[in-house]
Design a protein around this ligand. Structure first.
Ligand code: ATP
Ligand code: GLN
Length: 142
């Protein structure tokens, strides 16, 4: 599979300190993606099983006059990763590198600005709440 890189970061992205990288991926690629993220110090990840349709599948059909949707939703995994601004591009690169097969259905990544982060255990907010012990920032500064 030839390597594909994300195009350079566009100017229309709203400025924020933190972003959520939301990736819809092939379920069988998720372990590979999360292991690679862990290696670059991304330790905070949330995944959910979802179903969807894009170019890969999904359609509404008419049968016997009554409309109903034929279930063509494809099983996917949604991976949500909140990171500081400087970590967004490495995370996107890694997801493409490990999640891509080059076939239709590899998924999509949505980038969402995040206004704040609060750690429930401590009440910490912002940068303090976003940082994780042994996370990417610690790794890079070490
Ligand atoms: P603590 O130090 O109190 O354990 P923590 O920052 O390590 O805080 P957890 O309470 O362990 O956070 O996180 C609970 C869940 O929140 C995780 O299992 C994960 O689903 C989600 N999560 C935490 N951080 C992130 C993040 N940066 N991005 C996405 N999901 C996260
Ligand atoms: N930015 C955090 C850190 O460097 C890691 C965030 C995450 O793992 N999602 O500690």
């Amino acid at each position: 599979v030839p390597v594909v890189r994300a195009q350079s970061s566009p100017e229309y992205i709203p400025d924020a300190k933190f972003y959520k990288v939301e990736a819809i991926l092939r379920p069988w690629r998720v372990t590979r993606v999360s292991s690679a993220l862990l290696k670059i110090g991304i330790r905070g990840v949330t995944v959910s099983d979802v179903r969807g349709f894009g170019a890969q599948g999904g359609s509404t059909e008419r049968h016997g006059g009554s409309e109903f949707s034929e279930d063509k939703f494809v099983a996917k995994v949604k991976m949500e990763i909140v990171v500081s601004k400087d970590q967004v591009e490495p995370v996107i690169e890694k997801i493409i590198e490990e999640g891509r097969t080059g076939e239709i259905g590899d998924g999509k990544i949505f980038l969402v600005p995040v206004s704040d982060i609060i750690r429930v255990r401590t009440g910490e907010r912002g940068e303090k709440a976003e940082r994780m012990t042994g996370g990417r920032s610690d790794m890079i500064s070490a």
